[in-house]
Design a protein around this ligand. Structure first.
Ligand code: WQD
Length: 340
């Protein structure tokens, strides 16, 4: 089967996608700079699928190494590009680090892809491009708004770079996948969200509080105009999200794409509030969670959840796993990850 490059393939979403690509029969080569992961993730992937992906530790900012990589792997038929810095708060403090790491590297990869006979490119984008959408649920036609952070801006700029390049590169076709909130872990608990530093995201903070690493979860505000006053998000199980990447890649490699640059929202289509997520965790774990309501977090939007019509109809993909499944797998991973 075709050889697929997965950049950032040892990361949270990347590693789950590598598993699904191998399940589909693809040969996978991973590039990762290990800035936000470890090679132990490679063992986790291998123990799930029984196949060890090729792996090259490589910083995509080193353009000459990127060039040499593609000379060595000129038989690559598809690329799924996850490698990027993704901490919203950090991006506000270190904008140039984000523009260099997320944009320059994308340009270097696209320059190499232009040299290949034909290649499908999947870009890891984010619902963050919509900001606080005027209409809910959010469709792909919702206006892209002024980015709330340099991180979000790198996703918007990345989409534009890819769209512009596809317009003048007949051998390149691309899909940008706009994720809502990825949560959960593979049922085997052999891969998951690696805990490096204090979690910024809700679900890892919940599981670290439950296991005793964190004292208490702070719920950032319950005075929003929502049913229970807390913010609403579309929490999508990472395994469903990973499977969507394989479906999108197949669409390109089988020439089923309608235009040579497409975007798809990837979510469940259902919004859940912070307190609903907490309650789902308490239900599946059988544990009471220690939390308190505090002030709002700067930059948070009130509500975001996907209109999944386009992905359902065009990709023939829809989520199969529930919020409870995500909480159960996140908790199982939290209890296991300390042993790895
Ligand atoms: C979810 C909700 C918080 C932590 C971010 C990025 C987005 C994507 C996913 C990369 C919010 C509340 C959180 C906590 C809380 N990342 N919360 N206490 O902000 O929707 O999206 O991560 O692509 O681009 O913006 O996710 O998990 O940080 O927050 O109350 O300790 O949980 O206020 O309402 P977010 P999140």
């Amino acid at each position: 089967m075709d050889k697929i490059l997965v950049t950032g393939g040892l990361g949270f979403i990347g590693s789950h996608t590598v598993v699904e690509l191998q399940n589909e029969g693809y040969e996978v080569v991973i590039i990762d700079d290990l800035s936000n992961s470890t090679e132990k993730v490679l063992d986790g992937i291998t123990s799930i699928t029984g196949k060890k992906p090729l792996f090259e530790k490589l910083d995509l900012k080193e353009r000459d190494k990127v060039e040499r990589f593609f000379e060595k792997h000129s038989d690559i038929k598809g690329v799924i590009h996850f490698a990027a810095s993704k901490a919203v708060g950090e991006s506000v403090q270190e904008p140039l680090l984000y523009y260099e790491n997320n944009i320059s590297t994308l340009v270097y990869i696209l320059k190499e892809l232009k040299k290949l006979a034909s290649v499908g490119f999947i870009f890891s984008s984010s619902c963050t491009v919509y900001g606080q959408a005027d209409e809910l649920p959010i469709t792909e036609n919702a206006p892209v708004k002024q980015a709330e952070s340099p991180y979000g801006n790198t996703k918007q700029i990345g989409e534009e770079i890819i769209s512009d390049t596809c317009k003048v590169t007949p051998n390149l076709k691309a899909i940008a996948l706009r994720y809502f909130n990825p949560v959960g872990s593979h049922e085997s608990a052999k891969i998951g969200e690696l805990p490096i530093g204090v979690p910024q995201n809700l679900v890892p903070f919940i599981t670290q509080t439950a296991i005793g690493i964190r004292e208490q979860l702070s719920v950032f505000g319950d005075d929003y105009p929502t049913p229970d006053g807390t913010c609403i998000r579309d929490y999508i199980h990472v395994v469903d999200l990973a499977k969507a990447h394989v479906v999108a890649l197949n669409r390109l490699l089988k020439n089923k794409n309608k235009t040579n640059y497409e975007t798809f929202n990837l979510g469940t289509g259902t919004g859940s509030s912070v307190l609903e997520v907490v309650k789902a965790f308490e239900k599946v774990s059988g544990q009471k969670l220690n939390y308190k309501i505090v002030g709002r977090r700067e930059g948070d939007i009130i509500s975001a959840y996907a209109d999944t019509t386009k992905a359902n109809n065009e990709l023939g993909w829809k989520t199969q796993l529930t919020l409870d499944d995500a909480m159960r797998s996140a908790w199982k991973w939290e209890q296991k990850v300390r042993e790895l």
